[in-house]
Ligand binder design. Structure first.
Ligand code: R5P
Length: 288
C-alpha cells in the first residue's frame, strides 16, 4: 500500500497515513509557468495498491485536473490498483439536468476519473448519495456523521432540535437526530435561480423556545446558513449551533459566519482551512 498526496490538502493526507502507521509516498507535483501540471512519482509503485488523496478544493478545477494527471502517471507506472481518495467531491450540486441545456458535471468528472484509470473511489459525504451511481467502478462513501455525532455526544444538548437546512438534507439531519436522540425540524429553502442566494421560507417542526443544531453537508458562501439562522430566530429559537461536513467557505462565507450570533460552528477537516478562515467559536473534527 502506498499513499500519496496532491497539493490540495497534504495535512489530511498526512493524518490518514499516520492513522495507518505509515508515511506519505514521495511524489513531485508542480506547475510550469504555462500552468501545465507536472507529476512524477519518486518511488517505484509497480503493482502496488496506490491511494491518491485529493479533495476538490480551491482552486477546484486545478485540484481535479491534478488528480487526473496523478492517476494517469500512476497507471503508466504500472500501479496494481489506484484508489482516488476524494474527501470533498466538488460539483456535487450539478447532479441532474434540472434546467434546459445544462451539464451534469458530477457525472462528467466521474467519467474523467475512470478514463484516467482510477479503479476505485473513496469519498466522504457526497452532496447526493446517488452520485455513486455515476461511476462504473466501486465507490466507498464514508460518513462524517460518526465522528461528528461522537463529538456532539460529549456535549449537553438538552432542549436541542436538529435542523436540516432544506428538504434535500432531511435524511442527513435525521441520521444525526437519531444518533443524538433529538427531535428534527426542516427548513423549506428556496433558491432564486442560479444565483448564490438562498431564502429560507418556512420551518417545519417545533423550534419555538428550543435550541437548534443546524446540519448542512457544506457551507459554501454561507448564504444558506445565514438565512436558516434568521428563520429559526424568527420562529423563536434560542441558542444555535451550526455544523457542516465540508467547510468550503467561499467568497463572503467567513465574514458572514463571523457576523452570525451562534454558540458554535462545528466542521470537519475534509477541506483545508487557513488561519484566516478559523473563527474563535469554531471546532474542527478530524476525519482521518
Ligand atoms: C445545497 O443544496 C447544499 O446542501 C448546501 O446548503 C449549499 O451548498 C450551501 O451553499 P451556500 O453556503 O452557498 O448557501
Amino acid at each position: 500500500l502506498a499513499i500519496f498526496s496532491g497539493r490540495a490538502h497534504p495535512a489530511l493526507a498526512e493524518a490518514i497515513a499516520a492513522r495507518l502507521g505509515r508515511t506519505l509516498g514521495r511524489v513531485d507535483v508542480f506547475e510550469f509557468s504555462n500552468e501545465n501540471i507536472f507529476v512524477q512519482f519518486q518511488e517505484n509503485i509497480r503493482q502496488r495498491d496506490v491511494f491518491l488523496v485529493q479533495p476538490f478544493v480551491s482552486p477546484v478545477n486545478t485540484s481535479i485536473m491534478e488528480l487526473l494527471i496523478m492517476i494517469d502517471a500512476a497507471r503508466r507506472a504500472s500501479a496494481g490498483r489506484i484508489t482516488a481518495v476524494i474527501p470533498y467531491y466538488a460539483y456535487g450540486r450539478s447532479d441532474k439536468k434540472d434546467q434546459p441545456r445544462v451539464p451534469i458535471t458530477a457525472r462528467l468528472i466521474a467519467n474523467m476519473l475512470e478514463t484516467a484509470g482510477a479503479d476505485r473511489v473513496l469519498t466522504l459525504n457526497l452532496h447526493a448519495g446517488q452520485i455513486q451511481g455515476f461511476f462504473n467502478i466501486p465507490v466507498d462513501e464514508l460518513n462524517a456523521l460518526y465522528p461528528v455525532s461522537a463529538y456532539f455526544r460529549t456535549k449537553n444538548l438538552e432542549n436541542y432540535t436538529v435542523v436540516a437546512t432544506d428538504v434535500g438534507g432531511e435524511k442527513r439531519a435525521r441520521d444525526l437526530a437519531v444518533r443524538l436522540d433529538l427531535p428534527l425540524a426542516i427548513i423549506d429553502k428556496r433558491r432564486i435561480g442560479n444565483a448564490e442566494v438562498a431564502e429560507a421560507m418556512h420551518v417545519i417542526g417545533e423550534v419555538d423556545g428550543r435550541n437548534c443544531l443546524i446540519l448542512d453537508d457544506e457551507i459554501s458562501t454561507a448564504g444558506t446558513i445565514v438565512s436558516a439562522v434568521h428563520a429559526l430566530r424568527q420562529h423563536g429559537a434560542r441558542e444555535i449551533i451550526v455544523s457542516c461536513y465540508h467547510p468550503v467557505f467561499a467568497g463572503p462565507a467567513v465574514e458572514r459566519l463571523r457576523a452570525l450570533e451562534v454558540k458554535e460552528i462545528v466542521v470537519t477537516d475534509s477541506v483545508p482551512l487557513g488561519p484566516e478562515k478559523i473563527l474563535p467559536n469554531m471546532t474542527i473534527i478530524p476525519v482521518a
